[in-house]
Design a protein around this ligand. Structure first.
Ligand code: SER
Length: 394
């Protein structure tokens, strides 16, 4: 069975053989001056170069980037979403165009990773009232002999309401047991693995689009999603890098329901990686996101058994994660911070229970109650909901 490390090597070698230099993007924390809290995609560190600045490594690049997305937090626990994930990427900075990128993409999936082309489906930008259909990519899919579906919103990539954007063509792989059927928009067993974006426009605040001077191609391939397909697992949580989590957590904390096991594996692993990149828990910014991840792990853990504790988390598991992400922070330091957070959160919950035991709160809570609890006692709504559910009041 192909491993995560082998997959990364095959990808990077494929593009290096085709003249791409490897970028050094690694940390989740963007460089100083970048207003974004965390790196959310492989292309993020390359934004200035996609906007036209010459890159010191040239016009063909490839790389592996760890990313963090909190927009998907509520989806964590399904078969495909993770908080921290890795993205493989290839970039043409004003060099080759979209058709070449798609052709190499299909070649790599088929010949490099052995994916049957009968399980591949494309999507392409079908046009809207501002930009016409992406006929060039459409034609490429036809020439490759692969099915393609046009969409509008799903095939327009942007990083927010303004800035770089453009049409994209996405590669989907069939994950069902039977013969592939339907299309990516009609059957969710088609899983998107690789996005090829034609970075062609800058969107202005008034919604207008200005063509960029130098057209680039930006691709991002979700590593864990690809591994799920290559290792033929029911979800991303059973791939090799999650195996130590799946075996260790039930051993230390007893049987865990599948959704809890997934949330714990994802959030604890993500917390370790964020700590490994130097972020520390705090009331705002990056530290707040980290704190939310740790607290969500703790409420999940304590829902069934309040005696469970992060001090049972083996240091080897922390070390395994730090090593995978090539982080040099000491595992014991990470463990100490996790335990400090656990103690602090335990104290807040204790205080919250005391406040909520007041007669005023023994009836269903109103919005006014929630505001009061937040403003006067520093108890956020989700915590109050947790506490009232825990005591059977909610
Ligand atoms: N920008 C694209 C994405 O985030 C590909 O890197 O999906």
């Amino acid at each position: 069975m192909i491993t995560t490390d082998q997959t990364v090597r095959i990808f990077l070698d494929f593009f290096r053989e085709r003249g791409h230099e490897r970028t050094q993007g690694e940390s989740l924390v963007p460089s100083p001056g970048d207003p974004v809290l965390f790196t959310t995609s492989g292309m993020h560190p390359l934004t200035p170069y996609l906007l036209g600045r010459p890159h010191p490594l040239g016009r063909r690049l490839t790389g592996l980037q760890r990313c963090l997305r909190t927009t998907d937090l509520d989806e964590v626990g399904d078969d495909t979403h993770l908080t921290v994930f890795e993205m493989l990427g290839s970039w043409s900075l004003g060099d080759y165009g979209g058709p070449q990128s798609l052709r190499w993409g299909i070649e790599l999936l088929r010949d490099g990773f052995g994916i049957d082309p009968g399980r591949i489906h494309g999507t392409v930008f079908g046009g809207d009232d501002q930009v016409g259909p992406d006929l060039e990519s459409w034609r490429t899919w036809d020439e490759l002999g692969l099915p393609v579906e046009p969409t509008t919103d799903e095939n327009w990539w942007s990083n927010g309401p303004i800035g770089l954007c453009g049409p994209d063509s996405e590669i989907f792989v069939w994950t069902g047991d039977e013969t592939p059927r339907g299309t990516p928009t009609s059957d969710d067993r088609w899983v998107e693995v690789w996005n090829h974006v034609l970075m062609r426009y800058l969107r202005h605040p008034d919604g207008s689009l200005e063509p960029v001077r130098r057209r680039s191609v930006d691709t991002g391939l979700g590593l864990e999603r690809l591994l799920r397909i290559l290792q033929n697992t029911p979800s991303v949580f059973e791939i090799d890098v999650f195996q130590p989590w799946l075996t260790t957590l039930p051993r230390i904390w007893g049987p865990l329901e599948e959704p809890s096991l997934r949330v714990l594996s994802d959030h604890l692993r993500s917390s370790i990686v964020v700590l490994g990149d130097g972020v520390r828990p705090s009331p705002s910014g990056r530290g707040h996101i980290l704190r939310r991840l740790i607290r969500r792990s703790l409420t999940t853990l304590w829902r069934d058994d309040p005696t469970r504790t992060l001090s049972d988390l083996p240091v080897e598991l922390i070390d395994h994660t730090l090593q995978h992400f090539r982080q040099s922070v000491r595992p014991l330091e990470v463990r100490t911070i996790l335990l400090d957070e656990e103690r602090g959160f335990g104290r807040i919950l204790q205080r919250g229970r005391k406040v909520l035991s007041h007669r005023r709160f023994t009836r269903p809570l109103t919005d006014e109650d929630y505001h009061y609890l937040h403003d006067t006692h520093g108890l956020p709504r989700d915590l109050v909901v947790y506490l009232t559910t825990e005591s059977g009041l909610g």
